[in-house]
Ligand binder design. Structure first.
Ligand code: HEC
Ligand code: HEC
Length: 332
């Protein structure tokens, strides 16, 4: 009698565990992204790393442009204080701005969060590994997938050493307090955003700068020239491979439609530009100019103007090796 009851209890117990396991894996499958534990690493902070990180975060990777409010009275919308404290939220009623007309009308509410070292509202209590995983693999501290407006799918190409420099600089920033509400995402988007993150399996190594073309390509990818200057279908994150850097992507700002330039050496692109003209086209925006809203642009000229002439020159050298693609404007 007793043995029988115990068997029943045991069976029920096993059943409950099996159910719980099933529910857990279903939860993982439906609501959490592919992920690995945050890497166990501690970035050694050196002055060189902090300086390299500042250059990457401010001028190349545009973390600051997205994670701060911007002043659209100046060309390219330079970021304003408090730097890195995040940016006001997007929701269903947001004014369209960005790559696709609807990009900022968000199914729920999404705030671009504080990346300064403030312990409560910023990254102060995150481990280095958690920051690296969020930026390159799209998994937040709590294991959820980040919405891919955060361009982690591009940053997975940032080399391990450059990523360490980014962490070193983020740690050195002035802490800012902010108060953004938690993210809310409606179904089915809440499940779809869990599909994109992919763990990095191997070391990421940047090409040597002595290889100007390969290094120029590295810069053109991580600084998102490729993302904004390659046309793609509205439902895809991937550009058309045969029109890489071919321009013609529509952007919407203040009721205007702007098309990104063709960066291939076609006559409709950089064909007639000299390296010096190309570099100067950036350098003139070191001091942002006041501009009326309808003449503004979504390209972060001010940030890029701080790129070194050496790096801008390598971008140019890389663009000149691309197959020429005639400019075709994508339908809106
Ligand atoms: C194009 C805009 C954009 C750029 C550029 C960008 N981010 Fe983000 N970032 C976002 C958005 C949007 C989120 C919120 C995503 C979410 O909550 O689902 C985010 C989230 C994050 C998070 C997670 C924060 C949290 O509290 O969960 C970190 C860390 C982060 N970004 C760091 C960076 C760093 C470092 C860079 C530069 C290498 C960068 N971001 C560049 C838009 C951007
Ligand atoms: C956020 C999207 C975005 C990013 C990132 C971006 N661009 Fe652009 N780019 C645009 C848009 C939109 C235009 C057209 C409006 C303008 O001139 O700003 C443009 C225009 C240009 C022009 C033409 C300027 C002229 O005189 O007509 C050049 C050159 C250029 N981009 C190069 C680059 C390079 C190089 C990078 C990477 C370092 C880059 N862009 C990154 C969106 C972007």
């Amino acid at each position: 009698m007793l043995v029988c009851a115990m068997k029943k209890i045991l069976l029920a117990f096993v059943g409950v565990i099996a159910l719980a396991l099933g529910a857990a894996s279903l939860y993982y499958y439906l609501f959490l992204p592919k992920q690995r534990p945050a890497p166990d690493l501690q970035v050694e902070i050196t002055p060189e790393r902090v300086e390299r990180g500042r250059y990457l975060v401010v001028n190349v990777l545009q973390c600051i442009d997205c994670h701060s409010e911007r002043d659209w009275n100046y060309y390219g919308g330079p970021p304003v204080e408090p730097i890195g404290a995040g940016r006001s939220c997007m929701d269903r009623n947001s004014r369209p701005r960005g790559v696709n007309a609807g990009e900022e009308s968000f199914p729920g509410r999404l705030c671009i969060r504080n990346i300064t070292p403030d312990p409560e509202t910023g990254l102060g209590n995150w481990t280095d590994g958690e920051i690296v995983r969020a930026v390159r693999e799209g998994v937040s501290r709590n294991g959820e997938g980040l919405f891919p407006i955060m361009p982690y799918f591009i940053y997975r190409n940032v080399s391990d050493e450059d990523m360490n420099a980014v962490v070193a600089y983020l740690r050195s920033m002035k802490p800012q307090q902010s108060d953004w509400p938690e993210r809310t995402v409606d179904f089915p988007m809440s499940s779809l955003i869990q599909l994109w993150p992919t763990p990095l399996e191997e070391a990421v190594i940047a090409p040597e700068p002595s290889n100007r073309v390969a290094y120029g390509e590295y810069l053109a990818v991580i600084s998102r020239c490729e993302f904004c200057h390659t046309p793609r279908s509205p439902n895809s994150m991937e550009g058309y491979p045969d029109r890489r850097f071919g321009g013609g992507m529509p952007f919407f700002l203040n009721g205007q439609t702007l098309y990104s330039m063709n960066l291939t050496p076609d006559p409709s692109g950089l064909g007639s530009w000299s390296r010096e003209q190309f570099i100067q086209r950036f350098k003139i925006h070191a001091q942002p100019q006041q501009v009326s809203p309808e003449n503004n642009t979504l390209m972060n000229w001010n940030a890029f103007a701080g790129m070194t002439e050496e790096d801008l020159g390598m971008l140019y050298d890389f663009f000149m090796t691309l197959p020429p693609v005639p400019l075709r404007l994508e339908p809106i």
